[in-house]
Design a protein around this ligand. Structure first.
Ligand SMILES: [Zn+2]
Length: 131
C-alpha cells in the first residue's frame, strides 16, 4: 500500500527533525505538500498516519495539513520551465504520462510534483518557560 509506505517514511523524517529539539514534548502538526503526480490519497494517508503514529508518544494525535503541489517540468533541449496541469485525465492514475515540452516538443524532466515534501513541523516545546 502506497500510502502506508509514505506515512512511515514521513514518520521517520519527522522523528529525525524532532531530534534537533530535545525539549519537544509533542508534535502538534505537520504541513505537507503532495505532488499531483504522486497520486497519494489525502484520506488514505491521514488514515495510515493515524494508525502508525498512535503508538508513538511524540506523534500521537499529530495532524497532517496537506496541500497540493503543482507539477513543474523543465525541458532538456530548450530549457523551458513551466507548470503542467495533470488534474483532469484519470489515465494518469494508471500510466505515468510522458510529457513533451510545449515550446519545442523535446524531452522534459519533471522537477516538481512527484513526491511528498514536509514543509513545516510544529512542535510543542516543554522547556518550563512561559510563552
Ligand atoms: Zn523545449
Amino acid at each position: 500500500m502506497h500510502e502506508l509506505q509514505i506515512a512511515s517514511d514521513l514518520m521517520n523524517a519527522v522523528l529525525e527533525a524532532v531530534k534537533e529539539h530535545p525539549n519537544a514534548s509533542r508534535v502538534e502538526k505537520v504541513d505537507l505538500s503532495i505532488g499531483r503526480l504522486s497520486f497519494v490519497g489525502d484520506e488514505q494517508l491521514r488514515f495510515c498516519w493515524g494508525a502508525i503514529t498512535d503508538e508513538c508518544k511524540l506523534l500521537k494525535g499529530c495532524k497532517l495539513d496537506i496541500s497540493e503541489e503543482e507539477v513543474e517540468i523543465s525541458c532538456r533541449s530548450c530549457g523551458y520551465i513551466g507548470e503542467m496541469d495533470v488534474s483532469e485525465d484519470p489515465m494518469y492514475h494508471f500510466l505515468l504520462p510522458v510529457f513533451a515540452c510545449p515550446e519545442c516538443g523535446g524531452e522534459v524532466d519533471i522537477t516538481r510534483g512527484k513526491g511528498v515534501t514536509i514543509s513545516n513541523v510544529r512542535l510543542m516545546i516543554d522547556d518550563g518557560v512561559e510563552g
